[in-house]
Design a protein around this ligand. Structure first.
Ligand code: MOS
Length: 701
């Protein structure tokens, strides 16, 4: 069963509309409806707010502002785990970012709540905010340095050097399913139906905010319509819906609008990078430097690790990667699809292309010459380092040898045609997770875990692994996920969910087999018959994974996944319009659990890479701190018409250092350096190097 490309087990109920997403849940019965009024300025305070008309409007049950909202746990500093922090709402008159909630209305219908919110009048006291990311100043406070040798001297010695400044814009996760919560306060217990990538993790911060013991909170996220990082941290919909149901004693539903998600859910911070590379004439790197200036908030610690990809991608005797922060008055940054790596690889892999061009060495060959089996940062052996295999296999299958060697040298009608390549690398993490597997005498196997399925196929791969481990058909396995009452893991995030959950499930199944073998031997035909005979009440076991730092294999080996992407683009000779013509990604990410869902996920990631190279950019108004293009009309992401036939190949792989199943994560690997391959293809087509992403037509003309 493991590896087979079966269709997802939850596919039929999803495509027939029977899988209820948070806002569709009926468990709590009829609900009241909330609507958030967001601040219309970027920085300042609410001088006066008048809610009388809203309170008198039809259907309205409650109107809160900072003047009458319930007391909550106070905001906490940036020290400590971002997952455990409070998130008080309507807690004061300060406005820290555009769209920040300044009032909350609950009414009998969504329309009544929204209409009433429109009757609230507000007077603001405006303050000047900081909304523009500047250049590199002289007095930067460098963080997270990773260093070897002397990069400044290596840059002076060259002989071939590249030193360039690149910038990457704000990105938004924007999953298809809007962030929503139904909160139901009943008999002293708070039940939440919430769109979340991690459930147990949210009860600490939410409990402190609501002044409730975490054990009095249940979160159920049975079906989640995409996350991309945006459903990891605690957001206002959970807090405000919870406060309202506790005040009114009736279930309350709060779903954010698409526009609100641009302000009430965090973005990927913008960045400016200075990349320095030096090499010998035969293409051996002698210096690799990546300084990244990252947008943050003063009261927030989200540090988009743009420079971190340079730590372990290539060997270089002289190396320096580091981050500096600039605080702006926008909402806190958050994980967005390959945090750090997506922008970082796009930048670094573009610079590698610049170096290849200067050296006159083929870009694939340059990467192969700087491969390493030792993590240059951690100085540990890299387990499953198959970057070179990905590059070679991709070059072969893509037909890289036909690449135009001179930029702007190939025409196809009105299109200039170019090829580009880039490497991908993504950290593989293991966290502590528990999964319970139970064999019922009536012929069912039940698997329970608080892991979520954010559209990636968790229900399916967990069933596959348990089916194989117990030798039972997949149709007899019921996988129950995404509820705080189930054994705790670390949810879907950081690309760790699949490996954590399946490895723990497999260990639980192995423990069950061992117990059954004691009484029934190993030669039985029907595991359920043995369970009926020897364990009439059924039998269950819990399997575990250890956290990185407690697992010896993670201390002795640096664990990553790898990929290479190859892109062909056409650029319109007159308009500068860029069209992707074809694309191939080759990946080595350990043993693949399901060839179909894995390929789908990798292709999805590759499309986000194309998006980052050519389309996505949050435009922040530098005067007011307002997201100018905060909707799907103007925040561009690829449609089907933007993406031709693309393919992802997974190398036959098994990483025995990762775990006994040989499995690693693939969630964020697909995006990886994909944007870099598109950018390099644009350069190859045109001879124009755009260093300010995304590459839009105006920048090419
Ligand atoms: Mo991922 S951005 O950790 O969901």
């Amino acid at each position: 069963m493991i590896g087979q490309g079966i269709s997802r087990t939850d596919g039929p109920i999803k495509v027939t509309g029977r899988a209820a997403y948070s806002a569709e849940r009926q468990d709590a019965g009829p609900t009241l409806h909330g609507y958030i009024l967001g601040a219309g300025i970027g920085k300042g305070r609410v001088a006066r707010i008048d809610i009388a008309a809203a309170e008198a409007a039809p259907g309205v049950r409650l109107v809160w502002t900072h003047e009458n909202a319930p007391e909550q746990g106070p905001a906490e500093g940036i020290e400590g785990d971002m997952m455990d922090r409070t998130r008080p709402e309507l807690a004061g008159d300060r406005i820290n970012y555009y769209g920040m909630p300044i009032a909350f209305v609950v009414a009998e219908s969504f329309e009544e709540a929204r209409a009433a919110a429109g009757l609230i009048t507000v007077e603001y006291e405006l303050e000047a905010g900081a909304f523009a990311l500047g250049g590199f100043g002289p007095d930067l406070n460098w963080r997270r340095p990773s260093r070897a040798g002397d990069i400044d001297q290596a840059m002076r010695e060259g002989p071939v050097t590249v030193e360039e400044t690149y910038s990457t814009p704000y990105h938004f996760s924007q999953p298809m399913e809007l962030h929503a919560c139904i909160a139901d306060w009943r008999d002293g217990h708070l039940h939440l139906y919430l769109t979340a990538q991690m459930v147990n993790q949210l009860t600490t911060g939410l409990g402190k905010t609501l002044r409730l013991d975490p054990s009095a909170i249940s979160i159920d996220s049975a079906y989640v319509g995409g996350g991309f990082g945006s459903k990891i941290v605690l957001h206002c919909e959970a807090v405000l819906a919870s406060l309202a149901t506790m005040a009114l004693g009736q279930p309350v539903k709060l779903m954010l609008t698409r526009r609100q998600i641009f302000t009430l859910v965090g973005h990927r911070p913008a960045s400016i990078s200075r990349v320095r590379l030096a090499a010998t004439p035969d293409g051996q790197l002698t210096a690799l430097g990546h300084d990244a200036l990252i947008q943050v908030r003063t009261d927030d610690a989200w540090d988009e690790g743009v420079s971190s990809v340079g730590k372990a991608l290539y060997a270089s005797p002289n190396r320096l990667t580091r981050q500096a922060h600039q605080a702006l008055d926008v909402q806190p940054g958050e994980p967005v699809r390959g945090p750090g790596e997506l922008p970082g690889l796009m930048v670094l892999e573009s610079t590698m292309d610049e170096l290849a061009e200067k050296l006159g060495i083929d870009p694939v060959e340059l990467r192969l010459r700087n491969d390493t089996q030792i993590d240059p940062d951690k100085r540990l052996p890299l387990s499953g380092r198959r970057l070179a295999d990905c590059l070679r296999e991709g070059a072969e299958q893509f037909g890289w040898r036909d690449r135009p060697t001179r930029p702007a040298s190939r025409r196809d009608g009105r299109w200039l045609v170019g090829y580009g390549v880039a490497s991908s690398m993504r950290g593989h993490y293991q966290t502590s997770a528990e999964v319970m597997v139970r064999i019922e005498p009536d012929g069912w196997v039940i698997v329970r875990s608080d892991m979520t399925d954010i559209g990636t196929g968790t229900y399916t791969i967990v069933a596959q692994v348990v089916a194989e481990a117990l030798g039972v058909p997949i149709s007899q396995i019921k996988v129950e996920l995404a509820h705080t009452k189930h054994p705790k893991g670390n949810g879907a995030g950081g690309s760790w969910g699949a490996a954590n959950t399946t490895v723990a499930a497999d260990r639980a199944a192995a423990a069950l087999r061992a117990r059954i073998a004691v009484v029934a031997g190993t030669g039985y035909n029907d595991i359920f018959a043995e369970v009926r005979r020897h364990f009439p009440d059924g039998i269950e076991e819990t399997g575990k994974t250890l956290d990185n730092k407690d697992d010896p294999n993670y201390r002795t080996h640096a664990q990553y996944t790898y990929g290479a992407s190859f892109a062909e683009v056409g650029v319109d000779i007159d308009t500068g319009e860029v069209r992707l013509r074809r694309m191939l990604g080759v990946f080595a990410a350990g043993r693949i659990l399901n060839a179909k869902t894995a390929r789908s996920q990798l292709i999805g990631g590759m499309i986000w890479g194309v998006s980052a190279a050519l389309q996505e950019a949050g435009a922040l108004d530098p005067r007011h701190g307002h997201w100018v293009n905060g909707d799907f009309a103007e925040y561009l992401i690829p449609t089907h018409a933007d993406i031709p036939a693309i393919d992802a190949i997974m190398l036959e792989d098994f990483d025995d250092k990762a775990n006994h199943l040989g499995v690693k994560g693939i969630g964020e690997l697909g995006a990886g350096g994909t944007g870099g391959s598109v950018a390099n293809a644009v350069y190859n087509a045109t001879g124009v190097r755009v260093r300010d992403f995304p590459i839009t037509l105006a920048k090419l003309l």
